[in-house]
Design a protein around this ligand. Structure first.
Ligand code: NAP
Length: 248
């Protein structure tokens, strides 16, 4: 059964990892998918072609998620060309790790802008059409690190905790208009972001997880599919941990 037949979604940061997994899962379920990326031009074209194979429309936008006016432009263009945005997945994110002692102001600001301000930018831009439609599902990708903290990631943890507060507030603001807003907190998901880590650290992570493996982009995409579809029509303001039991 296709759960998102003829819906229109925007996924930010979809050329790699989790975002790419979400875009493919949505297309498998009949959803037209627009997506953004920062610099991976050839991967964006590759993904567009892959999505079209599912018989849906696909379009890539090169757009820094931290750029407020660019977010408005992207949403306006999708609405102009495809008529709506029914589902927004705020996935784009970066890390610039370091202990506070060594963290620069630029490292802090960059992560907050890319991870948290981006969520404000796209949610604000998308709410106009969702309010008009009296319908919408917004899914924000947070992290378990935003719930429990992590040494060496104070900037990242602050951005991800901020996303949860933002999500809950938007759920309260827009619930009466049938617009739902939820967050997902992935645990250790094996993507390019985590492959930058030492192999020994990756093995230690796997061993410390109750399900004894890192997660896959598809694990997160399945949770997104649920939150995007009518299967979750009575769920808003929640943060779902998809972490193999890291948080209990
Ligand atoms: P990833 O493999 O590094 O991919 C990041 C994606 O975001 C890429 O498509 C990248 O585009 C795009 N991107 C980065 N900065 C952007 C910006 N300013 N504007 C637009 N696009 C931007 O990351 P991932 O592991 O899939 O993570 C995806 C999300 O899940 C992030 O929010 C991350 O914090 C969160 N998360 C990940 C894990 C994990 O274990 N992997 C755990 C918890 C939460 P380019 O290819 O063009 O650079």
């Amino acid at each position: 059964m296709k759960l998102l037949e003829n819906k229109i979604a925007l996924v930010t940061g979809a050329t790699r990892g989790i975002g790419r997994g979400i875009a493919i899962k949505f297309a498998e379920h009949g959803c037209h998918v627009a997506f953004t990326y920062m610099s991976s031009e050839s991967k964006a074209i590759e993904l567009e072609n892959e999505l079209i194979q599912f018989g849906v429309k696909a379009k890539a936008y090169k757009a820094d998620a931290a750029d407020f006016s660019m977010a408005e432009k992207v949403i306006d263009e999708i609405v102009k060309e495809w008529g709506s945005v029914d589902i927004l997945v705020n996935n784009a994110g970066i890390t610039k790790d370091g202990l506070l002692m060594r963290m620069t102001e630029a490292q802090f600001d960059e992560v907050i802008r890319a991870n948290l301000k981006s969520v404000f930018n796209y949610t604000k831009a998308a709410q106009k059409i969702m309010l008009k439609n009296r319908s919408g599902s917004i899914i924000n990708i947070s992290s378990v690190v935003g719930i429990k903290g992590n040494a060496g990631q104070s900037n990242y943890a602050a951005s991800k905790a901020g996303i949860i507060g933002f999500t809950k507030s938007i759920a309260l603001e827009l619930g009466s208009r049938n617009i739902r807003c939820n967050a997902i907190a992935p645990g250790f998901i094996e993507t390019e972001m985590t492959h930058a880590l030492d192999q020994k650290v990756i093995d230690q992570w796997r061993q410390s997880i109750p399900l004894k493996r890192g997660g896959t982009p598809e694990d997160i995409a399945n949770a997104c599919l649920f939150l995007a579809s009518d299967m979750s029509s009575y769920i808003t303001g929640q943060c779902i941990n998809v972490c193999g039991g890291m948080l209990t």
